[in-house]
Design a protein around this ligand. Sequence first.
Ligand code: PHE
Length: 348
Amino acid sequence: MALKERVQDLLAQVNDMKAANAEELEALRIKYLSKKGEITTLFTEFRTVPNEEKRELGQLLNQLRQQAEGRINEMREQIVNSQELLAKSQLDLTRTPDPIDLGTRHPLSLVREEIVDIFSRIGFTVAEGPEVEDDKHVYGMLNFAPEHPARDMQDTFFIEKEIGIQKPTDVLLRSHTSSVQTRVMTSQKPPIRVLCPGRVYRNEAISARAHCFFHQVEGLYIDKNVSFADLKEALLYFAKEMFGPETQIRLRPSYFPFTEPSAEMDISCNICGGKGCAFCKGTGWVEILGCGMVDPNVLEACGIDSKVYSGYAFGMGVERIANLKYRVKDLRLFSENDVRFLRQFESC
Ligand code: PHE
């Protein structure tokens, strides 16, 4: 390329120069104007140009150098100005942003989800039902005799249909989530394998150890040939998953109207490992749930043939499990929403 064309080409490049910061600007200066820069090189070559061309080319070359220097100075000023502006505004773009204040999950939600997760691994799905229920689903279909004390006003919150009615009505707040089991049994055909988590209500004075509402997770499995051994195996699996592989279980005979036989399950105390401590009152065992084989009367009341099908059921208090896991001494903490308490579960 002739010298003149190269000068014109560089002129176009110089007009187009852009630099975002001081480093880029310095790179441009070196490229064009340093000792070995492209423009400086042209000046060296200029010496060999025939005299008659020197005048015109010389002017062009000078123009190119001025333009390059002018453009670089202009950009330098812009960069310095923007830096000053930034310094003046005291904006620190290198500072890490304030952390976003995240909420924490409630300990009862954590425990309920863990229980659901453990049972979902052996095929249980979740079923839900209403908290305001009728007598039939909470007691009647579950083989409670009409005069059973659980129906008593002391335990159950009855809902008065009209203000002024003194007599208990059959609308009530469910006192256990077994009511969801009756709903599932009447609406689904076996095999049934459900977990029923939810809030339940009992007419109790509020103290560190009792509350008028708490939470349960109940389970129900109905199929052909379900035996007590199946129940025991499922509960042993649950206890080990929830409290650690060294956990042992113990079943004690008990009574529930809706199961026969019935049992209460203890686990080896997870605080002293079964040696005996203040928490387990020196026994080495702590009670965690009630269970049993579904009473044939219940199956029949829900339209399931008790000669073909059998099943097991179990029910546990979420607060109880949470106490064992997190050692919460006062039950009221679970419903007071004190952030100093809730924040302690941040990393769970
Ligand atoms: N419904 C019982 C309760 O609330 C618990 C339970 C459920 C017991 C299923 C046995 C079988 O105490």
